[in-house]
Design a protein around this ligand. Sequence first.
Ligand code: PLP
Length: 370
Amino acid sequence: MSVYTEIGLPRVINASGRMTKLGVSTISDRVARAAVAGGQSYVVIDDLMKRAGELIAEHTGAEDACPTSCASAAIALSVAALVTRGRWSDVARLPDSTGLPNEIVIQKGHSVEYGAPMPTMIRLGGGVPVEVGCANEVVPADIEEAITAKTAALFYVKSHHCVQKGMVDIETMRDIAHKHGLPFMMDCAAEEDFRKYIALGADLVCYSGAKALEATTSGFVCGRADIIDAVRKQYHGIGRAMKVGKEQIMGLLEALDQYDERDHEAQARHNLDTATWLADHIGAIGGLKAQVIQDEAGRAIWRCRVELDAGAVVGRTMSEVNDALLAGDPTVWTRTEFLNLGKIDFDPRPLVEGDKELIVEKLQSIIMEG
Ligand SMILES: *Cc1c(COP(=O)(O)O)cnc(C)c1O
């Protein structure tokens, strides 16, 4: 039973990952306690914003940081900071940025939909997205030649959602930005390394709090002190519509501490064990083929990939099998990025006690019904 089944909603088995449509992640008792305590006292919010920024900066190696309501808000507020450069009159008139240098240069293969379109977040902050190159190929000259007096920043998206081949790499794009005296901003929403991109010389890096960190719903941007200062000012403008609560911030800070103390190797081993268990048990169901695969981006994440056994007659397509997994109670959510190729992936990371057995049971009955 969960609070959600108590109000009449189906039990969700999340085998898909840190998905906003399923609530992203679950918080630990420690993070929950910090959030509750944070919600039970008053604080001067401007002071909390500054202090939380200092503490986040310690975890990231950045000069400064600013908490946000999510990574999307971090992107929008960062763009707003870059477009207004912190001038109060411009902060106050956003999202109207007429006449300001407001163009944000992004590679076409990075202009993705991650649950919402990336260009929308840029526009939300008063930016104008300038997509360069082609979806499957961008060369440095595409970026260089897009830079004009109207350019506010160059923006790199590090994500499995992006086209991985044919794009200009981080270092090259960073160098082009800096050669032109422009800030280099990155979206690393789902990344697990909170220091790497600052160390690589990015001026601003956006992260999600609820993804790798498993914090309260939140996010942050870290980077150059002068730009972060301009980010904070946005809370008196467009940022008001992206308010981040004191309880969210305290949960985020606790999650950052806890993340550093977590045994990441033991967690990866446990996930590999679960993926192997799933592959063994699902593979034993007649008509299905299952194998353990590693994350496409090479992270220490293993998943169980399932497809129809080519030789067997199942009487259902993989798409119908997936629909049947989603139907009823419990509802089972898989990764469907490769469903068009007849494959679904089970991500063991979000599974809770008893979930893996229910997955096998449900798959068994789906295949038996034919
Ligand atoms: C999830 C994601 C976001 C948005 O993160 P939220 O915290 O949900 O706003 C942005 N960019 C990428 C690449 C993502 O994967």
